[in-house]
Design a protein around this ligand. Structure first.
Ligand code: FAD
Length: 586
């Protein structure tokens, strides 16, 4: 295999100064310098496709590019000084959708579990910055782990939503065509969907397409062409991704899981091929199992466990969110795929082809893009990103003035472009749940199930099977959502508790009562963005212009903190510097 890799490098990437070595597991390590960052990524991806290559580890650099490296020493030093904090059965690193899903699944058993998250809240990484699509499974390479877990995860979402009280809308997806030449492309996508066992995927005729999504008629008029067919994927859905993560974490906490937020893991302890625990900045936690759900940092955490078996190449995606006053064009995730549009997307290698979709609250979304970046924390947005997002816009009624927010998230992609889930073959007890790029959200229930099965099987094989709890409570009641209530329901609620009669966020109609419900939940939100993710306060047209000071005041009051200590999104994002009112009054 290594000869094949070297041949590929010599033939296809002769201009790159890259060399390769491989270990007995099929992990190839690439070193040297590439001419630029995009080429570095292409080299890694091409090598990962060579038969026999299990994955690629990169020590490559690119000319003129500084790859930022996280320094874990201050966290390790702080943790070592503090000493032993706890001894548990399982530590989960990272409270994104993967970590929260696994925590909730593990909370069914008599096991002590702690989730350690470096952000101030759950869903601090990619989980808070994505489209929220519960993909059907038609866009993933058959035979991959992603394909299997996507379709399985999609199906499992129905139960998650029923039990955990979050909004899941099975709106379906419809890709219509107006040119006979596109029929072959539609057939190819159907073939992939069938190979992946996507339920209900089928080609529909024009009449059926227009019945499913009547508003497509307007697109026919605009294009001056008639719809001839469409691909219908009824299992496609949408969620608010952070809402799912919060609900999972709340339910896991209800069933005994501990969450340590604002706490970075700096070291994984292991000895003689056995994991021993982690050093966090708040102290050492000994554990029999460590599950790595660290998103873009999962490769570094795996290296800490002595198992360098993949490298994350961060892939940034930018999304524009539009005001609800310009409602989405379609109820389903629908659109017309024309030759010109498809060719336009192909010309732009940075494009994932993400078009328009919508949130369950009916905000249209434009994007995401897909840009390879060297920095794992590059959440910046630029005027070019805005232009890209607007280039995805197909709605003649929507314009630049409708964009209320442009945001970016970073996908944790590896060079194999598949999920890395499994027990380390070097450090027993260390389980990787890494490279969870899209469709990681859609796959989350199946990812959780798979990770937990690995752990339970291992315990059972060691003669120590985990017992299921008899008092596991899978239910999280749905929170009060004043904005969706009838006038009568509102009156009854306010009569019981007048705090639901005080509107804090005018754009989204969020009440003081809802904010207080959030503050007094199990996973305590301590920042303004954490409140936003739970209640939608600040998610409307004015983006918190009016409600942010009031949310800050409520947080300070309820948490017993000074105003100056309340942050926008955790450490270092304080909004106020000092209380200078007396000074100003003088
Ligand atoms: C723009 C964009 C659009 C997307 N759209 C979709 C979509 O529509 N549908 C879909 O299915 N998927 C989508 N995805 C992919 C999806 O968002 C991810 O697959 C998923 O969120 C990954 O979840 P995770 O929990 O594995 O990682 P993350 O959410 O990134 O969580 C990892 C967590 O680990 C924490 N962490 C890292 N290092 C440490 C440490 N040392 N100590 C403690 N904590 C640590 C981080 O703070 C973070 O909170 C999209 C992604 C992006 C960026």
């Amino acid at each position: 295999m290594i000869d094949e890799v070297r041949k590929l490098l010599a033939e296809k990437f002769a201009g790159q100064n890259v060399s390769a070595t491989a270990d007995e597991r099929g992990i190839v390590t690439l070193s040297g310098e590439c001419t630029d960052w995009k080429t570095l990524v292409r080299v890694g991806q091409a090598v990962a496709k060579v038969p026999g290559v299990r994955n690629v580890v990169s020590d490559m650099t690119a000319k003129g590019v500084t790859i930022p490296h996280k320094d874990y020493t201050p966290f390790v030093k702080a943790g070592m000084e503090k000493g032993v904090l706890d001894k548990v059965d399982v530590v989960i690193i990272g409270a994104g959708i993967s970590g929260c899903g696994i925590a909730r699944e593990l909370s069914r058993y008599n096991l002590s579990v702690t989730v350690v998250e470096m952000g101030d809240d759950v869903a601090s990484g990619a989980t808070k910055a994505n489209n929220g699509d519960i993909h059907a499974g038609h866009a993933v390479q058959p035979g991959t782990l992603k394909a299997r877990l996507n379709v399985e995860g999609n199906r499992m979402y129905t139960k998650w939503a029923e039990e955990l009280g979050f909004e899941l809308q099975r709106c379906g997806a419809l890709y219509a065509i107006v040119e006979p030449e596109m029929m072959k492309a539609l057939g190819m996508v159907l073939k992939i969907a069938r190979a992946n066992h996507v339920p209900g995927a089928r080609i529909v005729n024009a009449k059926e397409a227009l019945r499913l999504e009547p508003k497509l008629a307007a697109e026919e008029e605009r294009l001056g062409k008639k719809i001839i067919a469409g691909l219908w994927l009824p299992s496609m859905g949408v969620v608010e991704p952070y809402q799912v993560a919060v609900a999972l974490a709340e339910n896991a906490a209800k069933n005994g899981v501990k969450f340590l937020l604002d706490c970075t893991v700096g070291q994984v302890l292991h000895e003689n091929g056995q994991v021993k625990g982690v050093v966090t900045e708040k102290g050492i936690i000994y554990a029999d199992y460590v599950i790595n759900c660290a998103g873009v940092y999962a490769d570094e955490i795996s290296e800490m466990a002595g198992d360098r078996c993949f490298t994350i190449h961060p892939r940034k995606g930018t999304i524009a969110i539009l005001d609800k006053s310009t409602p989405p064009m379609y109820s389903a995730l629908a659109g017309v795929a024309t030759i010109a549009r498809v060719m336009g997307t192909k010309k732009d290698p940075e494009s994932k082809g993400g078009g328009m979709c919508r949130t369950p609250e009916w905000n249209p979304l434009l994007g995401p893009s897909a840009t390879e970046v060297p920095d794992k924390e590059d959440n910046t947005t630029t005027p070019e990103d805005m232009e890209y997002a607007m280039s995805r816009n197909m709605d003649p009624n929507a314009g630049w003035g409708d964009v209320i927010r442009l945001f970016a998230g970073v996908r944790p992609a590896d060079f194999k472009e598949d999920f890395v889930i499994g027990m380390s073959d070097i450090t027993h007890g260390f389980i990787n749940v890494g490279a969870i790029q899209s469709p990681g959200l859609a796959s989350a229930p199946a990812i959780a199930q798979m990770a937990v099965e690995i752990l339970l099987d291992d315990r059972a094989m060691g003669g120590n099977p985990a017992e299921a709890k008899t008092d596991f409570d899978p239910i999280e009641p749905r929170h009060v959502e004043f904005r969706h209530m009838t006038q009568q329901q509102r009156d009854e609620l306010i009569a019981k508790d007048p705090r639901y009669g005080r509107i804090i966020c005018r754009c989204e109609q969020i009440t003081e009562g809802e904010i207080l419900d959030a503050v007094h939940s199990r996973i305590v939100p301590t920042s303004i963005d954490a409140i936003k993710r739970r209640t939608r306060a600040g998610m409307g047209r004015c983006q918190g212009g009016f409600c942010q000071p009031r949310v800050l005041e409520l947080l300070a009051r309820e948490l017993g903190r000074d105003w100056v200590d309340i942050t926008l999104k955790g450490r270092g994002s304080n909004l106020l510097v000092a209380d200078n009112r007396e000074e100003v009054a003088k």
